[in-house]
Write a protein that binds this ligand. Structure first.
Ligand SMILES: [Zn+2]
Length: 382
């Protein structure tokens, strides 16, 4: 796959910055881009390129354009010069930021090449700065402070559970983990949420756990074991939630044509040529549909709701919390509740709890029952 990205090195003076406590906090390596065959780097200021292995430093001039490509697992070519992988891009001025694909990054940028001649671009950033960036995309920076603080603790815990010291990077930046697109949306409220919960994480039985969160639960959060066949965990067992019921994401519906449904079950191995009906087959304790049964001109066919949702897209097919399926002309209308996988903290509910005056500790206690608030500096092992 050919992917070309444009870099711009630019000077941003008034960028808000979380106080990183002189880098006392650990760093996290975030993969910003993976599998890029080449990159086009546009500089507005000068940039240093370090070949980490030989510690050679090269300077790229301001207002110039450079091509960067992976030649092999070992070699990255920058402006016609072969350098050893990995290379590091550093701005000589501490205030300077690097912009990649329209997003602004403040950490160190490291490029790795691989045997398939692809580049992986990783930002090495203090964990607390990363949390600020995540917060600005996972919640609106305009949301109440206590909800942002609850999200900061959940995101920090989730991040440290993802550290992978033996790999090229710790975490990806997409929606499959937590969304991170740099620092441009970070504002004073976000910084306050990060700094006032600095180092705070949630633990269960002395250890941090995967503090999942999602947009809206639809009235009851999901059980992680039922949702993903993970080990059951008390803080992720699922709770009733009255707070998100006025959210615009509380209810959804989607029409799917019988033709598309037939194509789906055929892809999953059904020999059917016609669908006669469909219904929720198995439900979880939180009310989510675990499976859906199709009655057809051949044998009936049962599909996991998780797979159906993935196939039709998680933006349209918003959750597995299905309340009704009704037959329509040449298709079915599916009615559901909430948005997202439903495990852990419901962000819409957290927002309302904060508006009603609940503090972040109370919010976390509600969505992660039996979890304890701790600080990273008090943990023996992350
Ligand atoms: Zn909810």
């Amino acid at each position: 796959m050919v992917k070309i990205f444009f870099f711009t090195a630019l000077l941003i003076t008034n960028l808000f910055s979380a106080d990183t406590g002189k880098h006392l906090s650990p760093f996290i390596r975030v993969a910003i881009i993976t599998e890029a065959s080449s990159l086009s780097l546009k500089t507005s200021n000068k940039i240093y390129v370090y070949d980490i292995k030989s510690n050679q430093r090269y300077m790229l001039l301001a207002d110039s354009k450079y091509e960067i490509s992976a030649q092999s697992e070992e070699i990255i070519r920058v402006a016609g010069q072969n350098l050893y992988s990995p290379i590091k891009l550093v701005s000589p001025n501490g205030e300077e930021r690097i912009k990649i694909g329209g997003h602004t990054y403040r950490g160190e940028i490291i490029l790795h090449s691989d045997a398939k001649e692809n580049l992986t671009i990783v930002e090495n950033i203090p964990l607390e700065d990363y949390i600020g960036g995540v917060l600005s995309f996972e919640m609106s920076p305009k949301w109440p402070l206590e909800a942002l603080k609850a999200q900061a603790v959940a995101s920090r815990t989730f991040a440290i559970k993802n550290l992978r010291p033996d790999d090229l990077f710790d975490i990806t930046s997409g929606v499959e983990k937590q969304v991170y697109k740099g620092q441009q949306k970070v504002n004073p409220r976000i910084i306050k949420a990060v700094n006032s919960t600095r180092g705070e994480v949630l633990i269960h039985k002395g250890k941090p756990f995967k503090t999942y969160f999602h947009s809206c639960c639809g009235g009851h959060t999901a059980n992680n074991r039922v949702a993903w066949q993970e080990t059951a965990l008390k803080p992720l067992k699922g709770v009733k939630d009255i707070y998100c019921r006025n959210s615009k994401h509380y209810k959804w519906n989607l029409y799917i044509s019988t033709k598309d449904l037939l194509a789906f079950i055929q892809k999953k191995g059904s020999m059917a040529l016609r669908i006669r009906s469909m219904r929720v087959f198995k439900k979880s304790g939180s009310g989510r549909a675990i499976s859906i049964r199709f009655s057809t001109d051949r044998k009936s066919f049962t599909a996991k709701t998780y797979d159906i949702r993935k196939y039709f897209g998680t933006t349209d097919f918003r959750s597995t919390y299905i309340t009704r399926i009704s037959k329509k002309k040449r298709g079915y209308k599916i009615y559901g509740r909430g948005w997202g996988h439903g495990v852990g903290m419901c962000q819409e509910g957290a927002k309302i709890m904060a508006r009603k005056g609940r503090n972040y500790k109370r919010i976390l206690r509600h969505y992660y029952p039996h979890a304890k608030l701790s600080n990273m500096k008090d943990l023996k092992k992350l």
